[in-house]
Ligand binder design. Sequence first.
Ligand SMILES: Cc1ncc(COP(=O)(O)O)c(C=O)c1O
Length: 421
Amino acid sequence: MQDRNWTHDAETMDRTDPLRWLPEEFFHPPGLYFDGNSLGLESRRARRRVEEALDQWAQLGVLGWNETSPPWFTWVEEIADTLSPILGAQPGEITLGSSTTVMLHQMLATFWPGRERPKILIDGLAFPTDRYAVSSFLESRGHHSDADLVVVPPQSGTRLITSQDVLAAADEHVGLAVLPSVVFTTGQMLPMAEITAALKERGVPVIWDLCHSAGLIPHRLHDEIDLAIFCTYKYLNGGPGSPAGAFVHRRRHPLAPGLAGWWGSANERQFHMPFGFEGASDAHALQMGTPSILSLAALAGSVELLAEAGIDALFTRSQSLTAFLDTLVRERLTRYGVDVVTPPQDRGGHIALAHEEGRALSLALRAAKVVPDFRFPDMIRLAPAPSTSRFRDCLGVVDILEHILRHEQWRAFKEVEPTVL
Ligand SMILES: Cc1ncc(COP(=O)(O)O)c(C=O)c1O
């Protein structure tokens, strides 16, 4: 009886969903895909744009940099312009290139205020690369990361980061903070505008890591923050290893990049190849080396598609999908020891579930053709991506999880060495 109701609910929501056309624009691997917050799926538009770029390369060789329309030479600027409204940025405030990790190094090298306020604040649940980048940056400047890295732990007894704890840790020696818009494990969304404003009063700029919100949350970066980095392979569906992005508010232009490279030159002077660096007047000064045109092609296709869908509609859809999933889990899985970690009132794009056999459970899901992901020690993340997932997928994954839990099928996976986590 209850199952029939869930099915009816899922079907009704899929049928009346204003973005029901969007998942059709993507390729779907077999089974149920819940890992769009690790790697978003491939759009038909991305594939078409890559094929076009391959044809351009075949037909033009190096002349493609100038003779394609638009020229490869300006693709970063073109795509950044399409991306800007999705992120609430103004023209010239976003650039693309390299990886999130490299972009973070670039931002640290550019905006670290120096020895007067050397400490860098970071949250205790930060994605490892952010922590490694900040530590190695401090070491490279002759500081000891043990002393100069200020780590804000999650509130005791919870897995949540609080604004109060962040602010309390920002003393007069802290000159910069690196924080996530959405915590990668728990899916907790932090109040970016509030934290940015409060830290600004203490003279601490924040580099926001938007990896888990770019293409998901309708950010108003220009109105709310100064600095950010993000990846484009999750909710922006740019493809494996697609270029990262950076946001620098106009009030901080022009900027002197800490790590200069010729691709950060002002476009009109790049091929004059001056001996000294003459940077672009906006965020594009942060670019370093030659961008990957094939990666940019895929990103261009997906970003165009997402811009057509509209970021507000995508976020509304994401929140409906995760709310449905949250309800299903609470009603049907908590009795088997599953705990919902993600706070419903501050939810990003995924639901994190804790279970003492989480690893075995995630392997059992894989065997049942579901792609979740697992985060040590006990957390399964399920991300119904707003561009590709359907309400019936949420019901499907909970049906499978309930079956695995009721029959304790996870036991068969307790000793299995995972090949991929
Ligand atoms: C919050 C966060 N920051 C950074 C990264 C990864 O950085 P990169 O794109 O350099 O591999 C990830 C990857 O999942 C992430 O979730």
